[in-house]
Ligand binder design. Structure first.
Ligand code: UT7
Length: 333
C-alpha cells in the first residue's frame, strides 16, 4: 500500500504597506477614540495602502519574499491559490494577476473567497494537490486591501481593518518525515451571511449610481452577531480538533487564530487552557487584515521563537459567510 503524501509549509513571506495609521489618526476621521478601540478590539494601529495599491501588489511582494526564503524561482511554482475578499477586479482572478507580476510562467491558479477563513481554506485546498501527488510546489497567498471596501464614515468598521499579505509554499514532506498538515475541519453556515457582507457590485446588485449612493460597495457588519458566532465556533472547532487527536493545549507549541478581536482570541485560548505566551497575537499592530492575519501571525511566531521545526500548532478562523475552520499542523522548517 502506498503511504499518503503529506503537505508541509517550507517557506513564508509577508508584506504590509509602510503607512501606519494609529487610533489617534482615526479620531480625526470618525467619532471614535483610542481607548474604545483598544478596550473593545485590542487594536492600536494598522497598516493601510496608499490609495490605488491593489491586493495583487501586496500578494506579489509576499510571494517574492517566500520564494527568496526557499531559494527557488517563480518559474518553479506549479499552482497559485490566492485567498482574498478584495480581488483587484471581479475577473480575471488575482491569482492570474500575481502569476503575471511575479512571472510564475508555469503555474495555473485560482482565487478562493472565504473571507477571514480563506487562508486556511486555501492552505488545505493547496495541500490536496500535494497529497494526491500531482503537484510539488504550490504557492498559497492571502492578500487583502480592506481599505478599498471600508466606508470612511462608518466608525463601526473603519477602525477594525488593515491591509496586508502573506504567502506560504507547500511542498511534499519527505518519506517518513512526521511534518506538515495533519488534519483540518472546515464549515460554513450560510444563514449568517447578512451579518457581514458587501452587498453591492455583484450580480445581485450590479454597480449603479443607486448602489453607490446606498453605500452598498462597503463592508456592512452586525458586530455583535459576528462576535457571538466567532467565539462559539472558534472554541468548538479548536477544542474539537484537539479532542479528535487526543491532544490538549499542553501539546501545542502555539495557537494561531485569525486576528479579528483580542477578546475572541482570549476566549478561545482560555477554553484551550493555553498560557498567554503560547497564544500568538498581533492584532495590536495590524488590525484585522482578513486573509493575511494567519500568515502574518505565523511570521511573528517564528520571529519570536515560538514556532520551530517539529512544533505542533493549531490554527483557527471564523469569517464572513459564515465560514469557519481549524487546521492542525506540525511545523516543518
Ligand atoms: O474578521 C471577521 C469577523 N469579524 C469579527 O470577528 C468582528 C466581531 N465583532 C467584534 O469584534 C465587535 O462586535 C466589535 C469590535 C465590532 C464591536 O464591539 P462591541 O463591544 O460588540 O460594540 P457594539 O457594537 O455593541 O457597540 C457598543 C457601542 C455602541 O454605542 P451605543 O449604541 O452603546 O451608544 C456603538 O455605537 O460602541 C459604539 N461604537 C463605537 N464607539 C467608538 C461602535 N464603534 C465605535 C467606535 N468608536 N469605533
Amino acid at each position: 500500500m502506498t503511504k499518503k503524501l503529506r503537505a508541509k509549509i517550507t517557506a513564508l513571506g509577508t508584506y504590509v504597506p509602510p503607512r501606519v495609521v494609529t487610533n489617534h489618526d482615526l479620531e480625526k476621521m470618525v467619532a471614535t477614540n483610542h481607548d474604545w478601540i483598544v478596550e473593545r478590539t485590542g487594536i492600536h494601529e494598522r497598516h493601510w495602502v496608499e490609495p490605488g495599491v491593489p491586493s495583487s501588489e501586496l500578494g506579489a511582494q509576499a510571494a517574492i519574499a517566500a520564494l527568496k526564503q526557499r531559494g527557488i524561482e517563480a518559474s518553479d511554482i506549479e499552482l497559485i491559490i490566492v485567498s482574498t475578499v478584495t480581488p483587484d477586479m471581479m475577473f480575471p482572478s488575482t491569482a492570474c494577476v500575481i502569476q503575471h507580476k511575479i512571472r510564475a510562467n508555469k503555474a495555473w491558479g485560482f482565487d478562493i473567497l472565504a473571507a477571514c477563513s480563506s487562508f486556511l481554506y486555501a492552505v488545505t485546498t493547496g495541500a490536496q494537490f500535494i497529497e494526491n501527488g500531482t503537484h510539488k510546489k504550490v504557492l498559497v497567498i492571502g492578500s487583502d486591501v480592506m481599505t478599498s471596501i471600508l466606508n470612511p464614515e462608518d466608525r463601526t468598521t473603519l477602525v477594525l481593518f488593515g491591509d496586508g499579505a502573506g504567502a506560504v509554499l507547500l511542498e511534499p514532506a519527505e518519506d517518513g518525515e512526521d511534518l506538515g498538515l495533519i488534519d483540518y475541519h472546515h464549515e460554513i453556515d450560510g444563514g449568517g451571511g447578512e451579518n457581514l457582507y458587501m452587498p453591492g457590485g455583484g450580480s445581485l446588485h450590479p454597480p449603479s449610481h443607486e448602489t453607490v449612493n446606498q453605500k452598498m460597495h462597503y463592508v456592512h457588519q452586525n458586530g455583535q452577531a459576528v462576535f457571538k458566532f466567532a467565539v462559539r465556533k472558534m472554541e468548538e472547532l479548536s477544542t474539537g480538533m484537539l479532542a479528535k487527536h487526543n491532544l490538549t493545549g499542553d501539546d501545542l507549541a502555539c495557537f494561531i487564530s485569525h486576528q479579528a478581536n483580542m477578546r475572541i482570541i482570549d476566549a478561545t485560548a482560555n477554553k484551550l487552557g493555553m498560557p498567554p505566551e503560547k497564544v500568538i497575537k498581533n492584532i495590536h499592530k495590524y488590525g484585522n487584515t482578513t486573509a493575511a492575519t494567519i500568515p502574518l501571525a505565523m511570521n511573528d511566531a517564528i520571529n519570536d521563537g515560538k514556532l520551530k521545526k517539529g512544533d505542533l500548532v493549531l490554527f483557527a478562523a471564523v469569517g464572513a459567510g459564515f465560514t469557519a475552520g481549524s487546521v492542525l499542523m506540525r511545523w516543518a522548517y
